[in-house]
Ligand binder design. Structure first.
Ligand code: F6P
Length: 319
């Protein structure tokens, strides 16, 4: 393979730049020309495709966001729209494509692979909700952002004897809520994968107050309900001074953690290796700290699950 391209798609995640850098540098090391597709699948269709130089990815490993930018492109589901993108790649003689993104982005990648562009996916999303990998790029950084926020919130919660509800990202997956709740010592974690009765939570807070507890922290994944709704529901059962913190998109930004930079570099390098070996239709990942590859078909045949042992532990530790 002589020419490949790389794009980032879906919600951005810290470490995407490090992944793109690894793809570009690894390919160049092996005398493969690399093109950057700006603005995700939309850029593929509008021909926003530019040749990368070694220096294009200089000074990028430490940056959050994605310098290639990302865009939601629902039109890409349309085969005619996809064909435009394929034609643009073919016109430049590009045979392989690396897509850094979440599972929505993988759907596009799978289609492109079936339609003649050799494609590899790299898991990039803060949600950590992609099958075929233990961790996605961006999860560790977002987790640390949330932990930092929880630690700060705890200070003020304790000073004022308040209950805080911290709303974190995770439309369908509770990983960010569970991991941050566990690491931040939250009293309650609400995840989309499990139902918890608000009355139970209220009872637990009440018991804590009776034991002399100065504050309570509830971490709620946005996919369960909003922080404000959670506060309203809680009010029905208990009269405590409550405040809501919605962390929002700050969770998606920031300089990637060391773990995310290393993960992104390993996965980026491996993606190029697979293309060089003519292996396609796969997403790379990390499983038990070993690089792994999984076909898009296998990735889509299972649903992401929460670590149940960890969920049980978080309940046990937050008594
Ligand atoms: O990247 C995934 C995610 O962070 C979700 O957790 C969140 O619901 C969503 O993106 C929000 O994305 P946007 O505001 O960019 O549409």
């Amino acid at each position: 393979m002589k020419k490949i391209a790389v794009l980032t798609s879906g919600g951005d995640a810290p470490g995407m730049n490090a992944a793109v850098r690894a793809v570009v540098r690894k390919a160049m090391y092996h005398d493969i020309e690399v093109y950057g597709v700006y603005q995700g699948y939309q850029g593929l269709v509008t021909n926003n495709i530019h040749k990368m130089a070694r220096g294009t990815v200089g000074d990028k490993i430490q940056r959050g966001g994605t310098f290639l930018q990302s865009a939601r492109c629902p039109e890409f589901k349309d085969p005619e729209v996809r064909q435009k993108g394929i034609d643009n790649l073919k016109q430049l003689g590009i045979e392989g494509l690396v897509v850094v993104g979440g599972d929505g982005s993988y759907r596009g990648a799978q289609r492109l692979n079936e339609e003649g562009i050799k494609t590899i996916g790299i898991p990039g999303t803060i949600d950590n909700d992609i099958n075929g990998t233990d961790f996605t790029i961006g999860f560790d950084t977002a987790l640390n952002t949330i932990i930092e926020a929880i630690d700060k919130i705890r200070d003020t919660a304790s000073s004022h004897e308040r209950t805080f509800i911290v709303e974190v990202m995770g439309r369908d997956a509770g990983d960010l809520a569970l991991w941050s709740g566990l690491a931040g010592g939250a009293e309650t974690v609400l995840v989309p994968e499990h139902k918890k009765e608000i009355k139970e939570i209220a009872d637990k807070i009440q018991q804590g107050i009776e034991r002399g507890k100065k504050h309570s922290i509830i971490v709620v994944a946005e996919g369960v309900m909003s922080g404000h709704e959670c506060g309203e529901q809680l009010k029905k059962y208990i009269n405590v001074d409550t405040r809501i913190s919605v962390l929002g998109h700050m969770q998606r930004g920031g300089s990637p953690s060391g773990l995310d930079r290393v993960l992104a570099s390993r996965l980026g390098g491996y993606a190029v290796e697979l293309l060089m070996n003519d292996e396609t239709g796969l997403a790379v990942g990390i499983q038990n700290n070993k690089l792994s590859k999984t076909s898009f078909d296998d990735i889509f045949s299972a649903t992401h699950t929460l670590d149940e042992q960890m969920y049980a532990l978080s309940n046990e530790l937050s008594i």
